[in-house]
Design a protein around this ligand. Structure first.
Ligand code: TUI
Length: 315
């Protein structure tokens, strides 16, 4: 299976399944486990300083000899330095998020990295396809963390029709049905975040995992629409305060002050009331903690039953 899949051939991986490069959560532990299981593990650089990122990359290199990636958050204050680290370390795959990575593409291509930006619109997908990126990740608004406006269902086929490079679907994919749906929309691969948060290898605090386990379909809210940087998180004390402040029309600076350090507070300190529990809408579907290996095998093994269901409905 997947012997002819263009993403598997492009990246030399077994399954066209990326683990979203989540800040503070996509550590060397999770990324190496996903790569060892045949997917593409991705270190989430988030706001990481360059020396910490270099150490994470070196850990992944010592824990797997399979391809892996780094996600660079383009709003990071260290973006230039972390780009230099991925170039120095010759990271095989670089994904980017939260912006336009055009200025960094020549340096990444020069060292042979595959560059696969996350996009949330057709316009940016088309612009980046012209700059020679290897594929794009079309991320719907169902995703956790920093998001765009368009749903995965609407975004993926529009991007598939607009570009002639491979498309990886992201946002709202949690099981084999989501994987098959992504293929049905024309994507050649998927990126999955929330499902991997509920893995044994993920180092997030138990309180973080438990609040994801408890989450139902309407558990998440979107903060930061007024700042132009919407973020999907589980509704809690912090989001109630934040959304109240947004209504009063305080400055972006004030809102950013309230948000600072809150992801780490939740992922590492386990304060899921005052911290930021970034997760996708699909968390309502996720009820179990499993190993990365089991998650990947469930996704792949479940495909044939989904195909049968599709055939039954088409008879
Ligand atoms: O980047 C993400 N998700 C993230 S990054 C993150 S770290 C963070 N920490 C604290 C506060 C806020 C964020 C948490 N989650 N996903 C990829 C993604 N990229 N989603 C949406 C976009 C995007 C949005 C606009 C990509 C490009 C874009 O275009 C800008 C332009 O110039 O056209």
């Amino acid at each position: 299976m997947f012997g002819k899949n263009v993403i598997c051939k492009l990246l030399n991986i077994q399954y066209p399944i990326f683990q979203g490069g989540m800040a503070w959560i996509g550590t060397a532990e999770l990324a190496s486990a996903v790569s060892n299981a045949g997917g593409l593990g991705i270190i989430g650089a988030g706001h990481m300083p360059p020396d910490i990122l270099r150490a994470e990359i070196q850990k992944v290199k010592s824990w797997t000899n399979k391809p892996f990636g780094v996600n660079i958050m383009l709003m990071s204050p260290f973006v230039k330095e972390v780009m230099q680290v991925v170039v120095d370390e010759k990271v095989p795959v670089v994904t980017t998020g939260a912006g336009n990575p055009s200025e960094y593409i020549p340096a990444l291509k020069a060292i042979g990295s595959k560059i696969i930006p996350v996009v949330a619109s057709v316009a940016l997908a088309k612009r980046l396809a012209r700059t020679g990126v290897d594929a794009v990740i079309a991320e719907g608004t169902e995703s956790g963390g920093h998001i765009g406006e368009i749903t995965t269902m609407a975004l993926v086929p529009q991007i598939v029709d607009a570009v002639d490079i491979p498309v990886i679907a992201a946002g709202g994919i949690g099981d084999s049905r989501g994987l098959a749906a992504a293929f049905a929309l024309g994507a050649q691969g998927v990126q999955i975040g929330s499902r991997f948060v509920l893995s044994k290898e993920c180092i997030a605090h138990d309180n973080y995992k438990n609040s994801v386990l408890k989450a139902k379909d309407r558990a998440t809210v979107v903060t930061g629409r007024s700042t132009g940087h919407p973020v999907r998180v589980i509704g809690n004390k912090l989001t109630r305060e934040y959304l109240e402040l947004e209504k009063t029309g305080v400055s972006v600076d004030e809102l950013e002050k309230l948000g600072a350090g809150k992801l780490h507070l939740a992922t590492h300190k386990g304060d899921v009331e005052n911290g930021s529990v970034m997760i996708g809408q699909i968390s309502g579907l996720l009820h179990e903690l499993k190993s990365v290996d089991e998650i990947i095998h469930d996704l792949v093994d479940g495909l044939s039953s989904v195909m049968n269901t599709i055939e039954e409905n088409c008879k």
